[in-house]
Ligand binder design. Structure first.
Ligand code: G6P
Length: 611
């Protein structure tokens, strides 16, 4: 979704702003722009479309040491040049970029118009900047004072804001409510961004603004204050700033790199967490004692998109190993159905970005009712990571491509670690614990083995890339794998894909199964294999091409399926981590064959920070 970058310091601002916007591209956007302050005036360039359209407009050299930039994902108003950020007041004295949505915009628009503003865009952001300029003029305020007054008195909604004014040419003002803003601390220079990726080439020292905070940056430093103008003395934290993590690593797409990085990233997720002495796992930041784990009566996992599907798989693992009832639910639905919050339920929020609005809102609703939330998050220092009661980081490193792959696998890795811990506290024997640790430890190597199957998977994807619709089926532990496989295919190739438990086929979807609908069946070796093979028979009887993903040597599978993708044998509990990778490759090669924008699929954003 929208991205913010801001710079003030000794270097030329424009190249830093455009490079920052480039880093933010992955979040998804449909227009981009920058404003710089130079010799008591503000100069702005903005354009609908990709960043190159903006770059083509920029003069060769722009002399300025301070500015703001933005990538916009249209909400209020179409993706046009006019609606692109930054927005300026009619006298071009202030420029502002904004992520989020202002809810009481109609009232604010009315006040701006009554005060004589002429609005040229359809955005909520322009209204804010006009109101700021009016207040500054009327009450002789600084930009920070005016912004604080406006936000405190009149604005309802979510925002991450960066603004500059022509008469404070080296000052950037920031504010946050519900949409991330991170300050990057440099030597004689300061930056701000909505995402760490845009700061990674400049500094590792960062300060996360909290909701209700504002900040003023000058090249000499920063000051964070509250809405009541009290200083909050925040100390910068150090983050893992290796900028190479944001590269494609020589590949055409980030997605490809991220799929192939998984043996390494999952190994990092597991590293130091397997406790072979007690045949259990060690998870540092839980904030829960064994006695707390013993009291649990239920586990409820919340997330959105791929995180929800990882949650469904995790709930299976947890229930299976700990015998605690566990389920997963879409965070937004949970939040709005006035859920019963129980003291002996462990609520788990899953999020790669740690910024997904719906997940965050669900967490706040649980905490407001007194519940305990454990966060499983990838992005270090993100809002969810900071707000939860206990946390486990995934350590998958930055994920850039919009569709989740390595973070999804690491989510499953963390959930498996947690399931073993809960299981060993409650139900499973040391022997089974030891066996599970070995199984988990061997998953990165088995993923590497699946990656060597790429040529076969690519050929299958090419064969069926003309399909308009595909079905993914699996039972129990294989069903969430099917869900995520269908999700990947539809996200990046735009082929309509649906996932069903194999047992449900005959209750409806079989009506749609024909020779034109490839069916991908996930068949881990398990007690249910024979029944799943029965579903395979049903599909084949309707003439559909079948792609089976299996670690079983069951003869019937090779007789019936048109293609068999073999994965290394593994415990069904962790097989999802391995088979999921084959489905990622299938989606990737389908998308590439169809010439899709693999890393930034249409209409989708990496981090959905609005409702
Ligand atoms: C967006 C992304 C998905 C992601 C979902 C949840 O929809 O496009 O890939 O799974 O958000 O994101 P989170 O950062 O909370 O895991």
């Amino acid at each position: 979704m929208c991205g913010i970058i801001a710079y003030t310091g000794k270097q030329q601002a424009a190249p830093i702003l455009t490079a920052g916007l480039k880093q933010l591209e992955y979040r998804g956007y449909d227009s981009a722009g920058i404003t710089v302050s130079s010799r008591k005036r503000l100069r702005t360039w903005k354009s609908a479309g990709k960043l190159t359209a903006l770059q083509n407009q920029l003069p060769d050299s722009i002399n300025s040491n301070c500015g703001i930039g933005h990538t916009r994902w249209a909400t209020h108003g179409a993706p046009t040049d006019q609606n692109a950020h930054p927005h300026l007041d009619q006298n071009q004295t202030i420029s502002l970029v904004h992520n989020g949505i202002i809810e009481n915009i109609d009232t604010l628009r009315k006040s701006a118009l009554e005060a004589g503003a002429t609005l040229v865009s359809e955005t909520d952001t322009e209204v804010l900047v006009q109101l700021l300029a009016i207040a500054i003029k009327k009450h002789s305020l600084t930009l920070l004072q005016a912004l604080r007054q406006l936000l405190k008195q009149g604005v309802i909604g979510t925002y991450g804001i960066a603004a500059i004014s022509f008469d404070q040419p080296d000052t950037i003002v920031l504010a946050r409510s519900g949409s991330p803003v991170i300050i990057g601390v440099g030597d004689g220079e300061m930056l701000a961004a909505s995402d760490l990726s845009a700061l990674s080439r400049h500094t590792r020292e960062v300060v996360h603004l909290d909701d209700g905070e504002l900040a003023e940056l000058t090249p000499a430093g920063f000051e964070v204050t509250t809405m009541e103008a009290h200083r909050t003395d925040k100390t910068p934290m150090m983050v893992d700033g290796n900028p190479d993590q944001y590269d494609k690593g020589g590949h055409t797409h980030y997605l490809y790199r991220e799929i192939f990085d998984q043996p390494k990233t999952l190994a990092r997720t597991l590293s130091g967490r397997l406790d072979t002495r007690f045949n259990t796992t060690k998870l540092g930041g839980l904030n829960l004692q064994p006695s707390d784990l013993l009291k649990l009566k239920r586990v409820k996992i919340l997330g959105c998109g791929s995180a929800l599907y990882a949650g469904l798989a995790g709930a299976n693992m947890i229930e299976n190993l700990s015998r605690i009832p566990a389920d997963a639910e879409a965070a937004a639905e949970f939040r709005y159905r006035n859920p019963i919050i129980e003291p002996e339920t462990l609520y788990i929020a899953l999020s790669q970005s740690g910024e997904t609005f719906d997940t965050l809102a669900a967490i706040r609703e649980i905490q407001r009712k007194g519940g305990f939330v454990l966060g499983i998050v990838n992005s270090v220092g993100s809002t969810i990571a900071r707000e939860v009661n206990g946390g486990i980081y995934m350590h998958a490193g930055p994920e850039v491509s919009v569709a989740s792959t390595k973070a999804y696998t690491s989510m499953l890795g963390v959930l498996a670690l947690l399931a073993i811990l809960l299981g060993r506290t409650r139900d499973i024997s040391p022997q089974r614990g030891a066996q599970l640790l070995q199984e988990l430890d061997s998953v990165p190597g088995k993923i590497s083995a699946v990656l060597t199957e790429e040529p076969q998977i690519k050929a299958i994807a090419e064969t069926y890339s003309h399909a308009h619709s595909a079905f993914f089926v699996g039972r129990t532990t294989a069903y969430p794998v099917a869900l995520e496989g269908a999700q990947k295919l539809k996200e990046i190739s735009y082929i309509h894909a649906e996932a069903y438990p194999a047992s449900e086929l005959k209750h409806g979807p079989l009506a749609l199964v024909t020779a034109e609908t490839p069916c991908i069946i996930v068949l881990p070796e398990s007690d249910l294999l024979a029944k799943s093979v029965g579903s395979l028979e049903e599909i084949k009887a309707r003439g559909a091409p079948v792609i089976a993903i299996t670690d079983s040597d069951n003869k019937r599978i090779s007789q019936l399926a048109d293609h068999v993708i073999r994965t290394p044998p593994a415990d069904p509990l962790v097989q999802g981590l391995i088979m999921g990778v084959a489905l990622q490759l299938f989606a990737y090669h389908s998308a590439v064959t169809l010439g899709r924008d693999v890393d930034q699929p249409r209409n989708l954003a990496k981090s959905v920070t609005v409702e």
